[in-house]
Design a protein around this ligand. Structure first.
Ligand SMILES: Nc1ncnc2c1ncn2[C@@H]1O[C@H](COP(=O)(O)OP(=O)(O)OP(=O)(O)O)[C@@H](O)[C@H]1O
Ligand SMILES: [Mg+2]
Length: 259
């Protein structure tokens, strides 16, 4: 088995004349927390969208567990074992936590095609298994006491936890988290950090997009820094933190934000 779970090879993405990703290559090791940082518009989400099949690369290749996945549909990639969350939390707001976790499984699970007695039986078993798994995931993400609460009325941090639960629905080997701490209150942040570590401790590999630098520096095994679609550096947190290009691109971003 390969030591790395994901390989991105010479990936480029144009949106019209804009080069959102510019010849980026990297490998993610099995079991690590690999973070992607970079100023707004650097191309982080675009990378996730290509890895999960939501948008096709203009050039380059993506391999998951040694298998080429670019060209596959999002549901096919999900079934191979890649889960993801979205930058803007997408939940079934009018459904309960448990229902969300059931719908999430339906989206990644393959149901029997033939309506024989056998498959009906199998489907019934898999339905009860699905319910069992939904309960287990609710407990795992720390929402055990909110199982029957409608998603819309959960606190923002709990909604973020549930979106991670949805990404875990298909029991993925690799999970991509797009700013899981975005807009989350200080007192809720630690819970989500603990959840990310717990997922890693389950043997899953995590790729994390996050702006909160102190968190990224603490939690990551390795970090990839992007700027204007280009790879600036990929290294251990302490090396990335002291990289001049990284410091310059973040300072530039901050000045731009101040106007
Ligand atoms: N579907 C699209 N069509 C056209 N341009 C796009 C599309 N998606 C992203 N872009 C552009 O590509 C660039 C990279 O966007 P992307 O969303 O990947 O950045 P990001 O690093 O995730 O930024 P942020 O930190 O703000 O989330 C931006 O200039 C953005 O406007
Ligand atoms: Mg983004």
């Amino acid at each position: 088995m390969d030591e790395y779970i994901l390989e991105v090879r010479n990936l480029t993405k144009y949106f019209g004349g804009l080069k959102a990703i510019d010849n980026v290559s990297f490998k993610i090791n099995r079991g690590e927390i690999y973070s992607i940082i970079g100023p707004n518009g650097a191309g982080k989400t675009t990378l996730f969208n290509m890895i999960t099949g939501f948008i096709p690369p203009t050039e380059g290749e993506i391999f998951f567990q040694g298998q080429k996945i670019n060209g596959l549909k999002p549901y096919q990639i999900a079934r191979l074992g890649i889960g993801r969350t979205f930058q803007l939390t997408t939940l079934f707001m009018q459904n309960t936590v448990l229902e969300n976790l059931l719908i999430g499984q339906k989206q990644t699970r393959e149901f029997p095609v033939f309506h024989s007695i056998m498959s009906v039986k199998r489907r019934r078993v898999s339905q009860s298994e699905a319910v069992e798994r939904a309960h287990a995931v609710a407990e795992f993400i720390g929402l055990g006491t909110f199982k029957n609460t409608m998603a819309a009325i959960l606190p923002h941090g709990a909604q973020k936890q549930l979106s991670i639960g949805l990404a875990l629905s298909g029991d993925p080997d690799l999970i991509l988290l797009d700013e899981p701490l975005g807009g989350v209150d200080m007192d809720e942040i630690d819970m989500i950090i603990e959840l990310i570590k717990k997922i890693r401790d389950e043997g899953k590999t995590i790729c994390l997009i996050e702006h909160k630098m102190r968190v990224v520096m603490n939690i990551s095994d390795r970090i990839l820094a992007l700027s204007y679609g280009k790879k600036l550096v990929e290294d251990l947190p302490e090396v990335v933190a002291s990289n001049e290009d990284v410091i310059a691109s973040y300072l530039g971003d901050r000045y731009a934000a101040r106007g």
